[in-house]
Design a protein around this ligand. Structure first.
Ligand SMILES: [Fe+2]
Ligand SMILES: [Fe+2]
Length: 215
């Protein structure tokens, strides 16, 4: 994915993301009842700004993880969610088939990498730390459904209403999944003893690796 595009999308989304508003992001959770506040850790919102900065600062040939301070895993994953949400919003506004296809390719790539780093790094750490036997298994099942929808979309060209309908279903499914992660998994992760900075580093490094492999 074009790093410039992704940085812009993330910045816009971090400023005003419908997903975050709907998904119970830190911005509208009552301050006193926030499990994140209770954990004493800075909010994901504040950290997302650092994700934006590190992306902006990353020089050509140098990954974000090499050139910027670490960001907590939940903030990094939340920034991914917002970036994808911004691309779904752009798809709704797009009219030309070429633009739609380009956006869908970026959405599918971002979701695939995101799901992979969650499954390889974040979910196992969360499962072990929280002794979770419900949230992570459910999230993995949802990932499988998302991957099936992505595979359907990757093989076809924009051909009218059925293509748009597939993208709409993918976007609604992603919203549902993101809401569960942000409302249920992330607050528990932030209230736990998980080292979110170390996990964030591992996720950033793996994302950079996958992006390089994709080139
Ligand atoms: Fe996920
Ligand atoms: Fe996620």
């Amino acid at each position: 994915m074009n790093p410039n595009h992704s940085s812009t999308a993330t910045s816009k989304a971090a400023a005003a993301s419908p997903t975050d508003r709907k998904a119970g992001g830190a911005s509208h959770r009552p301050a006193d009842s926030s499990p994140e506040k209770a954990s004493g850790k800075p909010s994901d919102k504040a950290a997302i700004k650092r994700v934006d900065k590190r992306t902006d600062r990353a020089s050509p040939g140098k990954s974000a993880s090499e050139s910027a301070p670490p960001v907590e895993a939940t903030a990094l994953l939340r920034a991914d969610h917002e970036q994808v949400d911004a691309m779904f919003v752009a798809f709704e506004a797009a009219r030309s088939p070429a633009k739609k296809q380009q956006l869908v390719a970026s959405i599918c790539e971002a979701l695939t990498v995101h799901a992979q780093v969650e499954e390889e790094i974040f979910y196992p750490a969360f499962k072990a730390a929280l002794k979770d036997h419900a949230l992570v298994p459910e999230a993995i099942v949802e990932h499988a459904s998302l991957k099936a929808l992505i595979a359907e979309l990757e093989g076809i060209a924009p051909d009218g209403e059925m293509y748009d309908a597939r993208v709409k279903v993918l976007s609604e499914y992603v919203k549902h999944h993101v809401k569960e992660e942000q409302d249920e998994i992330f607050p528990k992760a932030r209230a736990s003893k998980l080292d979110l900075l170390q996990l964030g580093n591992a996720i950033a490094a793996r994302k950079a690796e996958l992006a390089t492999a994709d080139r």
